[in-house]
Write a protein that binds this ligand. Structure first.
Ligand code: M5T
Ligand code: MG
Length: 604
């Protein structure tokens, strides 16, 4: 591994610290030498400027004053040129190294955050808004970038300029030096005051900016609802209201800026005038030489004007620190451990599952599943039926360990589920989510997503056929290479579900979970899928969640759920004999179907 790679791979978990300075220092690991170089270069550049004024003083005093010159004119000219080159050159170097540090550290930080987010648990993701995560991994990281690239180095520059130039002034004349800095506290305080206000105004402006983008984004994704309810004018008015607020806040922000700079210009100008006045008086009285006065005129400018930035830098540094904390909040979150577990079977599981008094809650005290017990043999089909919110999705989500059950036991092939590494379970358990998500990529890429290897076209097509989606895909002009989503075709709900089924089937999981996967599919297509799945379900344990009795009749075990409990269980025939929810649902569904058939017959 090269040094650059090692720097990139540095585990930023180490950069978490309650002390923000310590944390930022740790973030810089691998770039510290460069950054140190940047600070030294700033110092050299500032020093060269100071020496230039000293050379000016020597030149004036020895050629126009009492003392006689010991250095020739050409050499002095060369000195001026050389100093200008040194000043410019090191200024360039400091900018370059500071940029390399800030861009490098934040590039690594962005990669790390992305990597980290990939590994956070379901629980974390369902409790955190996407917008918040995006904000933190983009604009907060950017604030950290500005901290390194601009603010920290800028702060160093102001301090060094002050120390070097003030030091030189002290050596020239103590009285003059002291006169030159009387206004500095005023400048620093005024700028700190203004920038605190400006920062606040800026935050409010940013907030409103976020409101506006959210409004726009919601409007665009909900465009169908807007049109269906003919609410265009309402939406337009709402936007204009938010937009006006942004306009007002933007104006306030600009106003503050346009107040600060002239005010600070006046204070600095007065200070310089005072310095000139005192300096000129002293020169006229012969207390200092003309050369000293000239050098002083230059130095004072480089003490006073940079000070205007000090307040700004202090305030901005503090906002950078806030961003550091916001970013670290994400990194503090523990990763979901994919690999820990003490059983590592060589092959896939057989698929025998035993639930023993399993209970589960998302939040302490609110049981979503209670006392769930059942057993199934490898290759069996288990169906879950129950009203909405009864816990069906929650139950199957326990199997790949998206969440861990709170009490009881689940045994897979006789071994407690928690002893398997999550990676193993997710490799061998295929789940078709209730609301499947497809990426804006080609259909083929979507279907092969879970496999992680080159898949021959025949295999992809076989999976698509089993999911009864092959013919639909074929009918698109670009077939399997058709793009899905905003830039490509918009798939119907049922088509999406079927692509998702194909994606899971291709993974060839030993345990297959279909969470309401045929809810958006018509009865005929559903029968088609069922037919195709029949073969595929043969040697895998399959969980089917469905609302139509039709689709679960064939199951080896039907679990009827209500309020987190199993209220009935058995085969179709057994359940029909019992007086319970199952029979009620069955009766309703068959009656509806009969009526429908009658209507169709009479209409035909
Ligand atoms: C069961 C709650 C939900 C409901 C209960 C997925 C999820 C659910 N719940 C959470 O608090 N957090 C979650 O992340 O748990 O919900 P379910 O298991 O989704 O029910 P279902 O699958 O039987 O319902 P449906 O509508 O899919 O048929 O109280 O609030
Ligand atoms: Mg569900």
């Amino acid at each position: 591994m090269s040094i650059a790679q090692a720097v990139l791979n540095y585990d930023l978990k180490n950069a978490i610290s309650n002390n923000r300075f310590v944390g930022l220092w740790r973030l810089m690991r691998g770039f510290r030498l460069k950054y140190f170089g940047a600070v030294v270069s700033v110092g050299i550049s500032a020093g060269a400027k100071m020496v230039t004024y000293m050379l000016l003083r020597y030149f004036v005093d020895s050629y126009f004053g009492e003392s006689s010159p010991t250095v020739g004119l050409p050499l002095i000219a060369l000195g001026f040129v050389g100093l200008a080159l040194i000043e410019g050159g090191f200024s360039f170097l400091s900018g370059r190294w500071a940029a390399q540090t800030s861009e490098g550290t934040t590039r690594r930080l962005r990669n790390y955050i992305y990597d980290h987010i990939q590994h956070l648990s379901f629980k974390y993701h369902s409790g955190t808004s996407t917008g918040e995560l995006i904000q933190r991994s983009t604009s907060d990281v950017d604030a950290i970038r500005r901290f390194f690239g601009d603010q920290a180095i800028g702060f160093g520059r102001v301090v060094l300029l002050f120390v070097i130039n003030f030091g030189a002034l002290l050596r020239l004349n103590v009285q003059l030096a002291l006169v030159s800095v009387v206004a500095i506290p005023v400048v620093v305080l005024a700028s700190a005051f203004f920038f605190r206000k400006i920062t606040k105004a800026y935050e409010q402006f940013q907030e409103q900016d976020a409101v506006l983008s959210t409004t726009l984004q919601e409007n665009l994704s909900g465009v169908r609802v807007v049109k269906a309810f003919a609410r265009q004018q309402y939406e337009i008015d709402k936007f204009e209201k938010d937009n006006f607020e942004k306009f007002k806040r933007g104006k306030r922000l600009l106003l503050m800026h346009s107040m600060f700079w002239p005010v600070s210009d006046v204070i600095c100008g007065l200070q310089i005038l005072l310095g000139y006045y005192v300096g000129a008086t002293m020169a006229m009285r012969g207390e200092i030489t003309v050369g000293t006065f000239l050098a002083y005129m230059g130095l004072i400018v480089w003490i006073i004007f940079p000070m205007r930035n000090l307040g700004r830098l202090i305030v901005q540094i503090s906002t950078g620190m806030v961003s550091y904390n916001r970013v670290m909040d994400i990194l503090r979150e523990n990763r979901e451990d994919l690999d820990s577990g003490d059983v590592h079977p060589a092959g896939p599981p057989r698929g025998e599952l035993i639930f023993q008094n399993v209970s589960f809650e998302y939040e302490p005290g609110k049981k979503v599943l209670e006392d769930i017990s059942f057993e199934c043999q490898p290759g069996q089909v288990i169906a879950l039926l129950g009203s909405t919110g009864s816990g069906k999705t929650s139950l199957v989500n326990l199997l790949p360990r998206f969440y861990d059950y709170t009490s009881g036991q689940i045994l897979l092939d006789g071994v407690e589920l928690k002893r398997y590494p999550r990676r193993y379970l997710r490799r061998h358990i295929g789940i078709v989510e209730q609301e499947p998500f497809l990426f804006s990529r080609s259909i083929r890429e979507n279907i092969t997503y879970g496999v992680g290897r080159e898949v021959p076209q025949e295999e992809v097509e076989a999976a698509a056929k089993a999911a009864a989606i092959h013919d639909v895909i074929q009918s698109f002009p670009q077939g399997y290479h058709t793009l899905v989503g905003e830039k490509g075709v918009t798939l119907s709900g049922g088509q999406k579900q079927r692509v998702a089924i194909a994606r899971t089937l291709l993974k060839n999981p030993r345990i297959l979970i279909l969470d309401d996967s045929t809810s958006s599919v018509d009865t005929e297509t559903e029968a088609e899928i069922r037919q195709a799945l029949q073969n595929l379900m043969k040697d895998r344990t399959t969980f089917i969640i469905a609302h139509r009795i039709q689709s679960i009749m064939i199951a080896d075990l039907i679990l009827v759920m209500d309020g987190g409990h199993i209220v009935q269980c058995g085969r179709h025939e057994d359940l029909l004999e019992q007086d319970g929810i199952y029979r009620k649902i069955y009766n309703i569904q068959t009656r509806i179907e009969e009526e429908l058939n009658k209507e169709i017959a009479s209409a035909g």
